[in-house]
Design a protein around this ligand. Structure first.
Ligand code: C2E
Ligand code: MG
Ligand code: MG
Length: 743
């Protein structure tokens, strides 16, 4: 009940009861008894009103205080109200809950000291409790709570009252301790495993390193600046760190979590630079706002040392101490793929020391090795930075260098090296001229893969083999021709084995009598499918290989055999001419082969004629004369074929022991129209006549050509007009028919 209600009730009672008492006193004579009754009633009524009013009053005010206490009880903080003499007035539920003390414990203990684990000095008690922000509270079971303590005075005066609020951080402390313990374990594990951790925060220059790295690198803290770290990275590897840092900063979301691994040298506190492998990735996880780059840093110096040794053994050339072919191939393959991918180009140059075998022979093998070493040094000295040089063969060196767009660069570089090599011709090598030839290619365009580019550069080198100090660029076209040639060579060799070579015979005619005076054996290659390959398509290839010797042997034997067969079949003896190439004439004992064929068949040497071209005489005229004379001696006639082509020189007619000159078709074909041709032909005919050399006109295709030649004094002829080269049986029929006509 509120106070004013109580007052109102009292007033109402008095207003009502006083008139009642007055009326009662008039009616009732015993006034004393009446007063006693009135007093008793008044006492009871007023007592009841006041009691109820007080009760309500108390209830009203007590509710507010309880509410406050309830709130304090609900707070998750320990609250204790105490006085200067350390007496406890009150505390909240949280205190009891956390300490597990019975509700009246502190009230009984009366002294706040009994719950604090402090080494109190009596007169300092209050100051200690007031000042101490970290306090340990003993619990009923003997365990302790770590509390952050804050005390304020809530009542000043002689007997001040304090309110202390404490936040229990025992669990946080536990966690912290556990974390520190885990950190310690991690540090020990890292130390034992020799793995360091390196974390870089991309938003700042800050990095975090594990304790073992901190010790190893000599940093005062585990938190360092990137600039501090870069100071201990080897100057040659700093750019690598920059590149990767930049890459990480520019990384797109797809590149997150990609593992990158780099090797770099880092200066350690006591040991100087050591090799480390940093295996890291960019990540946005770990609850950090900005991406971090982090990973392991492992000392790989020992592996590197091993690698260097293995690399040295596998990739360094003993003699020159520069890289060897293996290393060159590896680097070349990498360069090839990079240049293809990125659109760069490189020069691949191969240098070959000219006539190195002579240096070895004359100066000794050991000195040859010294020279190779000096040559390697000379090349390295002249190589621009970024160039790579290796010894890829005994006296072959290869250079790989970026193409900067100047196509003349390889030649300039090789010339520079060549003039530097020239200076090595001193001391023991003073009698030698140290020169080198080069073949070069561009990659990637000069080959489908690196090994092919290298082959092509070697091919270019071989092309320029003969003269010294040659520099040859690889030529795709020339190479294709050579490939074709070698394929043809193989096919031709097979053709010889499979007897696909056949002789055709073209008649030679006496222009005066029209008689068949002989024939020329002309070779054909008839393939299995019936294709006929003319000699001009394979004889040059055969001449550049040793196949021509085998072909000539076949021609000699076959011509003699056929002549013999014709004789045996009753045909009159007919002379047969064969064509020999200059290779036969200079490299093989052709005379013996001919003699053997004649002996084997028994045919008369007079029936065999050998046709040689002018170019043959050109090479070594004395040798040519000697050989021809020897042929003459065994009774074989020698004719000069294709006169008028190439190096036509009438002077040869004066010196060469020939019995017949064959005028080339190129003269004959213009006879009818060209007066000059006619004059040349008649002068050649006259000279030959004066030298008793017979003359035969080749390639007569028309009657008028035959007529002009006959008139000019040419007695013999050959050409489609009289008969094409034909197979043996056909020629036999032709010959028999011709005999009938003349008979
Ligand atoms: P060659 O010795 O001057 O032979 C004459 C060539 O002229 C033959 O060509 C023949 O078919 C061709 N011929 C003859 N009359 C005419 C004509 O009226 N008009 C035209 N357009 N051509 C005519 P073939 O048989 O193709 O031989 C070409 C060359 O191959 C020969 O020229 C000869 O140098 C060489 N050869 C042929 N057989 C052999 C051989 O067994 N050994 C060697 N080393 N070379 C041979
Ligand atoms: Mg001929
Ligand atoms: Mg000819």
């Amino acid at each position: 009940m509120k106070p004013f209600k109580t007052y109102a009730l009292i007033i109402i009672y008095l207003i009502v009861s006083v008139p009642v008492l007055y009326i009662a006193s008039n009616l009732y004579s015993n006034k004393i008894a009446l007063l006693i009754i009135y007093s008793l009633i008044t006492f009871l009524v007023l007592g009841t009103i006041l009691h109820r009013g007080l009760k309500k009053f108390n209830k009203f005010y007590m509710n507010e205080r309880d509410m406050l206490y309830n709130i304090l009880d609900d707070v998750d903080a320990i609250i204790i109200v105490w006085s200067k003499d350390l007496r406890v007035f009150n505390y909240n539920d949280c205190f009891l809950k956390k300490t597990q003390y019975p509700p009246d414990f502190l009230k009984k203990a009366k002294n706040i000291k009994s719950v604090f684990l402090l080494d109190y000095d009596n007169h300092k008690d209050i100051a200690t409790i007031l000042d101490n922000r970290d306090i340990t509270i003993k619990c009923s079971d003997g365990s302790c709570l770590s509390v952050i303590w804050k005390t304020t005075v809530i009542q000043e005066g002689k007997q001040p009252v304090y309110l202390s609020i404490g936040i229990d951080y025992t669990q946080i402390l536990d966690m912290e301790n556990k974390l520190t313990e885990s950190e310690k374990k991690l540090d020990i594990a890292l130390e034992l495993s020799e793995i360091g951790l390196f974390l870089r925060f991309l938003d700042s220059d800050k990095c975090f390193i594990s304790a073992n790295l901190q010790k190893l690198f000599g940093f005062s803290s585990q938190e360092i600046l990137m600039s501090e770290f870069e100071e201990i990275v080897h100057p040659k590897d700093v750019s690598l760190v920059h590149i990767y840092t930049q890459n990480m900063q520019d990384a797109t979301i797809d590149e997150f979590n990609k593992i990158v691994s780099i090797d770099l040298r880092i200066k350690c506190l006591d040991e100087g630079y050591r090799w480390f492998n940093y295996r890291f990735r960019l990540s946005e996880s770990f609850g950090l706002d900005l991406p971090v780059v982090g990973g392991s840093l492992i000392d790989i110096s020992k592996d590197k040392e091993k690698d260097t040794l293995i690399e040295k053994m596998a990739y360094i050339d003993e003699v020159t101490q520069i890289y060897n072919r293996n290393r060159f191939m590896m680097l070349g393959q990498e360069t090839y793929s990079c240049s293809k991918e990125l659109g760069f180009s490189y020069w691949l140059i191969i240098l070959d020391v000219d006539k190195f075998h002579i240096i070895n022979d004359t100066c000794g093998y050991q000195n040859g090795n010294y020279l190779l070493h000096d040559i390697a040094l000379t090349i390295l000295k002249n190589l621009a930075s970024g160039g790579f040089c290796a010894r890829i063969g005994s006296d072959n060196f290869a250079i790989l260098i970026r193409n900067t767009g100047d196509d003349t660069y390889p030649v300039t570089l090789v010339k520079k090296i060549q003039s530097a090599l020239f200076e090595l011709s001193t001391g023991i090598f003073s009698t030698q001229t140290i020169t080198a030839s080069a073949g070069y290619c561009k990659l990637p365009e000069d080959g489908k893969e690196f090994s092919q580019v290298l082959e092509h550069a070697e091919f270019a080198l071989r092309l320029g083999e003969l003269p010294r100090s040659n520099i040859v660029r690889y030529d795709n076209f020339a190479h294709d021709k050579i490939i074709q040639k070698s394929t043809l060579e193989k096919e031709l060799e097979n053709a010889i084995i499979k007897n696909e070579l056949v002789l055709y015979y073209q008649p030679k005619i006496n222009l005066i009598t029209n008689e068949v005076i002989g024939c020329e054996a002309l070779i054909r290659w008839i393939k299995a499918d019936g294709t006929i390959i003319p000699p001009n398509s394979f004889i040059p290839v055969a001449e550049s290989s040793n196949l021509i010797t085998r072909i000539s042997e076949f021609v000699i034997n076959e011509a003699c055999r056929q002549t013999k067969l014709w004789q045996e079949s009753g045909l009159p003896p007919i002379s047969i001419s064969i064509n020999l190439s200059s290779v036969d004439f200079y490299q093989t004992n052709i005379l013996k082969t001919i003699q053997d064929a004649l002996d084997a068949t028994g045919i008369s040497p007079e029936l065999l004629e050998v046709e040689l071209t002018e170019s043959l005489a050109l090479k070594d005229i004395d040798h040519a004369i000697r050989q021809m004379k020897e042929l003459n001696q065994i009774g074989i006639k020698v004719s000069m074929d294709d006169f008028g082509t190439g190096y036509s020189s009438l002077s040869y007619i004066q010196v060469l022991p020939i019995s017949l000159l064959k005028l080339d078709r190129s003269f004959i074909m213009n006879l009818e129209t060209d007066e000059v041709s006619r004059q040349i032909v008649s002068s050649v005919i006259n000279i030959c006549k004066s030298k008793q050399i017979e003359i035969l006109a080749e390639g007569i295709e028309t009657e008028s050509q035959a007529v002009i030649l006959r008139k000019s004094g040419c007695n013999h002829a050959q050409g489609y007009y009289f008969g094409r080269p034909m197979p043996q049986s056909e020629f036999e029929t032709y010959f028999r028919n011709a005999l009938k006509i003349t008979l």
